[in-house]
Design a protein around this ligand. Sequence first.
Ligand SMILES: Cc1cc2nc3c(=O)[nH]c(=O)nc-3n(C[C@H](O)[C@H](O)[C@H](O)COP(=O)(O)O)c2cc1C
Length: 167
Amino acid sequence: MNEDVVVADDAARFRQILGSFPTGVTVVTTLQDGRPVGMAAGSFFSVSLDPPLVGFCVMTTSNTWPAIERSGSFGVSILADDQTEVCRRLASKEPNKFDGLAWSAAPVTQSPLLDGAVAHLDCDLEQQHLAGDHWIVVGRVRSLNVHRDDAEPLVFCRGGFGRQSPL
Ligand SMILES: Cc1cc2nc3c(=O)[nH]c(=O)nc-3n(C[C@H](O)[C@H](O)[C@H](O)COP(=O)(O)O)c2cc1C
């Protein structure tokens, strides 16, 4: 048994322990000067059914965040288990992350939605709350759709990718 960490002043241990909580993987996107920008986000969460609200947390230093703040809208693509390379690309700081990636414009906000994703959401930016080194971002869902109900969603846990399988 490891010793309990009482004060989270050990960043590596903090990440290791929080990393044992599995998440799905999304790509959060918007348009910047007509071009797609985005990042991988595992912090995506549902907030409210009425009104329909969802959220995610974004590092204050993210390049995607200022673009979302400016456009006032964002798209969410819930990645499938055959999209690990898409996730790696969107988790990078490469300037042309969308080169070679197929996407289409969301019906209401025109935010980029990635082909091959399990499902998509199209959101207007509704609230932002600064929490430490992240923004907690809340969006109002304007449209949503399931695209591949045959595919399993991608899962991220303990620094690696996996897939959801029924017990
Ligand atoms: C599986 C996975 C989940 C991630 N989830 C988040 C997240 O929820 N919030 C965040 O700010 N960064 C998250 N990241 C890291 C960002 O994708 C990464 O910092 C990216 O380079 C940000 O790009 P940008 O600066 O172009 O916005 C995640 C990375 C991976 C691999």
